[in-house]
Design a protein around this ligand. Structure first.
Ligand SMILES: NC(=O)CC[C@H](N)C(=O)O
Length: 309
């Protein structure tokens, strides 16, 4: 379905783009640093499937941490909350997304929530499939269902770039494996993790995923249920409490919607019952959230009163 470019949204995007030079494009994954900091695109998908957009919405980017919410939904559907939350907690950490400190200070190295890297790696270790390829394909299939886009793939260059430099994530895995919190082969977990982080889509496809969560698990383009309401509810709750890393509290106060960000500069928003939002703006603030994306969400909140609180 076509997405209509809209003048009001366009002017908000232009306004938000002005702060691009205050952020910094991620470079710890070497392949990400090529992004243009001036790029800003946004799409909004409504419950009836209608869509408005602004900026170059064809531009693709990688999901990075946004994939954490997708994987969480999958393992919750496959194993149920009790099994999943036996291995990963439900509490915000207040620490950076890649921090190791809470693994050491808690009695067992059980990660505090599935939105930090340690928790996401534990979730990845539970993924269904007999080898890395099956597991990645399983996740891709789900993303294709959520976006209604059969050709979604992952970016090999970004996946390899992270796989070859991701020493801290490997350390998190070994730490948890040492405590018996995760099982399996760390290199395989890292392969699946870096590939799902490198799943590539555009802001319109991201807005469609956000809309599924906003609509309690119903895909607004097909009216099909793609996840149980309960799974969508748990995911949205994590998006509120931990979705924007250690700035989730400030985000809840200023914007007040379930959202998940990634270090590529993507933000997926799910305004319950109202809309899915997809934003791509590569320059990040100090905690790793898109700086222009946040500015745009603030402008949208001012104009449309998005906050659910
Ligand atoms: N915050 C993020 O987007 C982090 C995802 C990234 N792949 C990492 O593990 O570091």
């Amino acid at each position: 379905m076509a997405c209509k470019s809209e003048d009001v949204l366009k002017s908000l995007v232009e306004e938000a783009r002005k702060v691009a030079n205050e952020g910094k494009v991620a470079n710890y994954i070497p392949a990400l640093q090529k992004e243009n900091p001036e790029h800003l695109s946004c799409a909004i998908v409504y419950p009836n499937g209608n869509c408005v957009s602004a900026g170059d919405i064809k531009r693709r980017f990688t999901l990075q941490s946004i994939s954490k919410i997708i994987n969480l939904a999958l393992v919750l559907m496959d194993y149920g909350p009790e099994h999943v939350f036996h291995r990963v907690g439900m509490e915000p950490t207040g620490d950076p997304f890649n921090s190791i400190i809470k693994l050491e200070t808690s009695s067992k190295a059980k990660p505090l929530n599935p939105m930090i890297n340690a928790g996401a790696l534990a979730v990845t270790s539970m993924m269904k499939g007999s080898n890395a390829e099956d597991k990645v394909e399983y996740i891709l299939d789900f993303v294709r269902k959520l976006t209604n886009e059969p050709n979604i793939d992952y970016c090999e260059e970004v996946a390899i770039s992270e796989f070859t430099t991701s020493f801290l994530n490997r350390s998190l895995c070994f730490y948890m494996k040492g405590d018996g919190v995760i099982h399996g082969n760390v290199e395989e977990i890292m392969e699946v993790y870096t590939k799902h982080c490198a799943i590539r889509l555009n802001c319109l496809q991201l807005a469609r995923m956000g809309a599924v969560f906003a609509m309690d698990g119903i895909n607004p383009l097909t009216n099909e249920r793609v996840m149980p309401k309960e799974v969508a509810r748990i995911c949205k709750t994590f998006m509120v409490t931990c979705g924007m890393y250690n700035a989730s509290g400030e985000f809840a106060i200023k914007i007040g919607i379930p959202a998940k960000s990634g270090v590529s500069g993507g933000i997926m928003g799910s305004v319950p019952g109202r809309m899915g939002i997809g934003i791509f703006g590569p320059p990040l603030n100090e905690v790793g959230n898109s700086h222009t994306g946040l500015k745009l969400l603030e402008l949208l909140q001012d104009k449309y009163d998005l906050s659910m609180f």
